[in-house]
Design a protein around this ligand. Structure first.
Ligand SMILES: *Cc1c(COP(=O)(O)O)cnc(C)c1O
Length: 429
């Protein structure tokens, strides 16, 4: 498969080149040259297919010859080693739980897939790749865990001091080996700026191969399409039309869902549910794209003012606003509404939703499910990752799962970093 830059000013590249580069030299996001729908027989017999087989059938055209069938299936076996259950919440409304992986957020699948692809491409190379990533919370943990011990890859994670939860910080700082955490004196936007600056700094890129592990990287982004297919597999026998509501920040997850739809997955409608960082919601009202600086909320993994992947979504609808509108809606909710929704879900069903999932639930309510439809909101993180806010809102105690328990007593190791100069010194040391 060839990938082109959405800025249309860089050479086409293969899958491996796109993964290693992350972003095209003209700063555009890579996008597949073509998307070929799967045969109807795939969807007709999906209930007989394993997760690995579904993963293989849906992703293979995006990879092409560069990873042979056996190796690709081994990678998928490793990546998809946990469950993705749909849990009924109300009549014709359920949640797709994506938090059963090692760091208990949905980014585990993308991070692990990307790590194993990079590891595969790098196995016989002398040169190392350095993954440089800024995190507002969950990305860093998933990337750290996904890349831990991968040969030929070093990982450097920048996170804003005091702005991530205790559990999130432990997930970044307690692993060691090829993972280094830099605690930046600033906010997430400062971390992001420093990372961007490093990618453009020739005195660094002449010395080392840098790549990103955000959802701009196709190997992080594309495997997220599996979730939507796994949900369909579980819901098919209900005979309803499926509406997905996706808590969205950088819009990578929902964009991958739309790729699944392009592959032929029957989906009635996509809903992007956001917090008050509502750039896309405003775009859907006015057709003007007017990004704003991000604002802090209790669903902090979605505090994004200029979502990188929205340009890919527009491309998937041939930049046709009407066609986008027919298939896609967006709604935004403030923290107060989010907490009310968490309480309501808990009161009605005893289900504990995290703030991101609750925003997704609200998306389905604003859309208004019709007869014959089944609504699914994606539960993108386990409530324990937002322990304080969930316990305080619902007045309950949450049991700490084993994955998290294990890191609670480990020592945090991180390097305090003041500014770009210190980042650069660290990278070139
Ligand atoms: C990253 C994240 C999101 C947002 O996903 P995007 O693909 O960036 O839209 C939502 N919820 C949680 C818990 C996340 O970690």
């Amino acid at each position: 498969m060839q990938y082109y830059s959405l800025h249309n000013n860089a050479p086409n590249v293969s899958f491996s080149e796109a993964v290693i580069k992350g972003l095209a030299p003209d700063k555009g996001l890579y996008f597949p040259k073509s998307i070929t729908p799967l045969p109807q027989s795939f969807f007709d017999s999906i209930e007989n297919l394993s997760h690995v087989e579904i993963g293989y059938q849906t992703i293979k055209q995006f990879i092409g010859e560069e990873i042979p069938e056996k190796e690709l299936k081994d990678i998928l076996e490793d990546v998809l080693s946990f469950d993705f259950p749909v849990v009924d919440i109300e009549e014709n409304l359920g949640t797709l739980e994506l938090f059963h992986g090692p760091t208990m957020a949905f980014k585990d699948v993308g991070a692990r897939f990307m790590a194993r692809c990079l590891g595969y491409f790098n196995q016989n190379k002398e040169d190392k790749v350095t993954v440089l990533v800024a995190t507002s919370g969950d990305t860093g943990g998933a990337v750290a865990q996904g890349f831990l011990g991968v040969k030929g890859v070093d990982v450097v994670i920048l996170y804003p001091s005091g702005k991530v939860s205790d559990i999130q910080e432990r997930q970044l700082t307690t692993l060691g080996q090829n993972i280094t955490a830099l605690e930046v004196d600033g906010v997430f936007d400062d971390c992001q700026e420093m990372v961007k600056k490093a990618f453009l700094d020739q005195s660094i890129t002449d010395q080392m191969q840098l790549t990103s592990a955000n959802s701009i990287n196709i190997a992080r982004w594309l495997p997220q399409l599996f979730y939507f297919v796994f949900a369909y597999k579980q819901l098919k026998s209900k005979g309803k039309e499926i509406v997905f509501s996706v808590p969205s920040g950088n819009f990578g997850n929902i964009c991958a869902g739309i790729v699944a739809h392009k592959l032929g997955l029957p989906v009635k409608h996509f809903i992007a549910a956001t917090n008050i960082n509502d750039t896309v919601v405003r775009f859907m009202e006015t057709s003007q794209y007017d990004p704003k600086p991000s604002v802090s909320t209790i669903s902090n993994a979605m505090d994004v003012g200029n979502p990188s992947n929205f340009i890919r979504i527009q491309q998937l609808f041939d930049n046709n606003f009407q066609s986008l509108k027919n298939n896609f809606s967006a709604f935004s909710f403030d923290d107060k509404a989010t907490k009310e929704a968490m309480k309501k879900i808990y009161k009605q069903t005893q289900y504990v939703a995290d703030p991101h999932g609750a925003v997704g639930y609200l998306g389905l309510k604003s859309y208004g499910l019709k007869k014959g439809e089944y609504g699914v909101f994606l539960e993108t993180a386990h409530p324990v990752k937002f322990l304080d806010i969930v316990e305080e809102t619902l007045c309950i105690k949450i049991q700490i799962p084993e994955q998290i328990q294990k890191i609670m007593n480990k020592q945090k190791i991180r390097i305090k970093t003041k500014d770009y100069k210190e980042l650069k010194e660290f990278l070139l040391h």
